[in-house]
Design a protein. Structure first.
Length: 116
């Protein structure tokens, strides 16, 4: 099995286990024309993914990513799309909420108190 196929299997397994419970309701939510739908729940889902290292997967490991190759990133997005999971908040448009929460939190590493 190639490293990309191994990565795909890892992604598929993680999604199967973690897109359940409170995050199961996010399947099919959001998307074009529905950008504000379930924002808080989608943010919680993205934070859960981030806590497990599944956001910014193409970033270098030393900066919080997985150092995924372009082929691995494609495999991740294909598997993510297969689950019908909610689209990334960043993919849905630049809301002021996104600017305040995701950008400050992930890139600048600012604590919640500073972002408010």
């Amino acid at each position: 099995m190639s490293s990309v196929e191994e990565f795909r299997t890892e992604v598929r397994g993680w999604l199967r286990v973690h897109l359940t419970g409170e995050f199961a309701a996010l399947k099919g939510r959001g998307g074009p024309g529905r950008e504000h739908e379930a924002f808080a729940e989608r943010l919680a889902g993205e934070r859960h993914m981030a806590a497990h290292g599944w956001t910014c997967i193409g970033w270098p490991v030393e900066h919080g990513g997985r150092g995924a190759t372009p082929a691995e990133q494609i495999a991740f997005h294909e598997e993510y799309a297969r689950t019908d999971a909610a689209p990334s908040l960043l993919a849905d448009g630049a809301h002021d909420e996104i600017q305040r929460t995701l950008i400050a939190e992930r890139i600048l590493g600012l604590p919640k108190e500073v972002r408010a």
